[in-house]
Design a protein around this ligand. Structure first.
Ligand code: CTP
Length: 392
């Protein structure tokens, strides 16, 4: 059912396993998918255009400048597909995509493609082991491309080793799994905050913190890929295919949240909100006085999360807590104090995770006292795991 009405864009490159794609295209078609095929010119040495055309019941695209409508094919094919699968993917095509080279229709589409991409490599085992190829695989993985690793066995080139296209079931299931995942938050509005708030002292100085906003951005990107309507309220500069509301202070953030509150279904407070602001912001740059000391009078900012939890109706509200000591005890106390549905706790005493880092490792607490530890991983992987827990 999940494939019904979905458009799968299949890229076939020049490897002997290209013939296996005929069977896979048939399976996708039988399951109700609309299949569009794009081949590299070399792929046609292994499988004919006519076969692919008949099986996919669609025109098969090869040439880049074979423009039939006002939109170039590499843009229109990228736009209409729900997912792009490249199988078999040669070392050459993998490396070009990783490096942003767009020298044929398939690599141009890949370059313009912003949705989920799954790549199933197939090549000689020594090519698979090649350091450049492995580095390019690592680059693609870090950008969220799913790599279905080749399998070991006898290879068409006569070698015995790792390089054979993985099983067709595995490819079929990976596509189905992603397409069902991409609907998990369909119809839901997810509002996420990110970054450290900025509290002015005077026109040139402020109080803030080290939060980079990356965790919130990863959550927003992930929620978008799960089909949600996303609003990211952030103090940082991001560009993304969802609504971004740029704010500065804690009170700006509160106003922006209030504007979205009623229509939202999930609210995730990943922002590091300053607990205090300067009582009186100086309109002019403060001058250095005679005294060796300067005292700034601070007043408490509103506790935004607590306020949202107090007025919540149907929303699922998630807080974050950054702790430098006694993570578990502090988090348990905080989830009760704030009244949120989940609290995601991370240990900021470690430099390899949390503030500013690329990775994170967190413990998710729910209001019933259950906990779930997520092992160290990139912020986008952690984001996906957090959203899976919440969406259940
Ligand atoms: N938070 C908030 N408003 C504040 C302070 C924090 O909404 N004024 C939110 C944060 O976005 C986060 C959660 O509350 O989701 C916990 O933030 P944290 O700084 O860990 O907790 P505090 O309540 O500030 O407690 P403390 O700093 O004393 O640990």
């Amino acid at each position: 059912m999940i494939l019904q009405g979905k458009t799968i864009l299949i890229g076939i490159t020049g490897g002997i396993a290209a013939y296996k794609m005929c069977e896979l295209i048939r399976r996708f078609k039988k399951s109700g998918a609309n299949v569009k095929v794009v081949c590299t010119p070399n792929a046609l040495n292994f499988v004919t255009k006519l076969t692919l055309q008949n099986l996919s019941q669609n025109e098969v695209f090869v040439e880049e400048f074979d423009v039939k409508e006002w939109k170039p094919e590499h843009i229109s094919l990228a736009d209409e597909a729900d997912i792009m699968l490249i199988a078999p993917a040669t070392a050459n095509t993998i490396s070009k995509i990783a490096q942003g080279i767009a020298d044929n229709l398939l690599t141009s589409i890949a370059c313009a493609f912003s949705k989920k991409m799954i790549i199933a490599p197939a090549m000689n085992c020594n090519m698979w082991q090649n350091q450049a190829v492995q580095e390019n695989i690592r680059i693609l993985k870090s950008r969220g491309v799913e790599i279905l690793e080749p399998e070991s066995g006898f290879l068409a080139c006569g070698y015995l080793g790792k390089g054979r296209l993985c099983g067709l079931n595995k490819i079929f299931n990976a596509v189905c799994e992603w397409l069902s995942y991409s609907e998990k938050l369909k119809g839901q509005k997810v509002v996420i905050t990110s970054g450290g708030t900025i509290e002015d002292i005077d026109p040139v100085r402020y109080i803030s913190n080290y939060s980079s906003g990356k965790m919130g951005f990863a959550l927003a990107s992930c929620a978008k890929s799960m089909g949600a309507e996303v609003v990211l309220i952030t103090t940082k500069d991001f560009e993304a295919p969802f609504k971004i509301v740029k704010v500065k202070s804690a009170r700006d953030m509160q106003t922006a949240l209030d504007n979205e509150f009623e229509t939202s279904d999930i609210i995730i407070m990943a922002a590091a909100v300053a607990d205090y602001r300067v009582k009186e912001v100086s309109a002019q740059k403060m001058k250095k006085g005679e005294s060796d000391e300067l005292t700034l009078e601070l007043v408490k900012n509103p506790d935004i999360l607590r306020g949202l939890c107090e007025k919540k109706t149907h929303q699922c509200i998630v807080g974050f807590c950054a702790e430098s000591e006694n993570l578990i005890e502090n988090a348990k106390e905080k989830i009760t104090k704030k009244g949120c549905d989940y609290l995601v706790a991370n240990d900021i005493s470690r430099s390899d995770i949390g503030f500013g880092a690329e990775n994170n490792e967190v413990v998710i607490f729910d209001k019933n006292g259950e906990t779930k530890r997520l092992e160290k991983a990139s912020k986008s992987v952690i984001a996906r795991q957090i959203l899976e827990v919440i969406s259940q």
